[in-house]
Design a protein around this ligand. Sequence first.
Ligand code: AMP
Length: 222
Amino acid sequence: MIVILFGPPGAGKGTQAKLLSSYLASEHVSTGDLLRQHVRDGSALGEKAKSYMDKGELVPDELVTDMVSDYIQKLEKNKGFILDGYPRTYAQAESLTGLLKGMGRSIDAAFYFQTDKDVIVRRLSGRRICKKCGRIYHIETMPPKNDMRCDDCTIALEQRNDDKEATILNRLAVYLAQSTPVLDYYEKKALLKRISGNADAQSVFILLKDALAPSTKAAHNR
Ligand code: AMP
């Protein structure tokens, strides 16, 4: 299956994508993670992307689309994947449809996590990550066991540059301006399902699995 997780920054897409990819034994494709890896590696793409990311702006469509299309085409043939953070603009949505069509594949479902602004700001400003393994923590709701260190890697957790409050508000404004047409795009294709993203991760995952069930059945019957 090919599933899109869509919603504002802080809606919990990354957390839900990790849960869903292990539930469906699918690949988790996060454009944010891929871009951050390019920045860490100091690649040409990473150098171009960094200034946009630090300001909370979107990286230009053609850069992200080329990166995603390279990545997807290298995945095991017919393997399912969960897209987290892509597409984020109308042009990206159209590119993705074209890419999948060329591969004889199509999207099974797009989930939109509707999340309140105060929940988003609280989640993002308290989020800490392990830069080694990518595990996500929250200072209040999901703290690590020891002294702000990753439970698995033991290295010190960090706050993402774009999780500072001023950047969070900019990311939200960017999201509203550029990503709303993506909702309409999948709504018109009758692929969009709305879920409340306000509750804790496990409760949202139950809603996600329920909403996914008809698409899973349809995919099995194909
Ligand atoms: P995320 O981890 O999904 O919140 O993404 C972090 C940052 O990476 C975003 O604020 C953007 O600067 C960039 N980014 C991630 N995905 C995309 C995308 N599909 N299009 C453009 N920029 C992206």
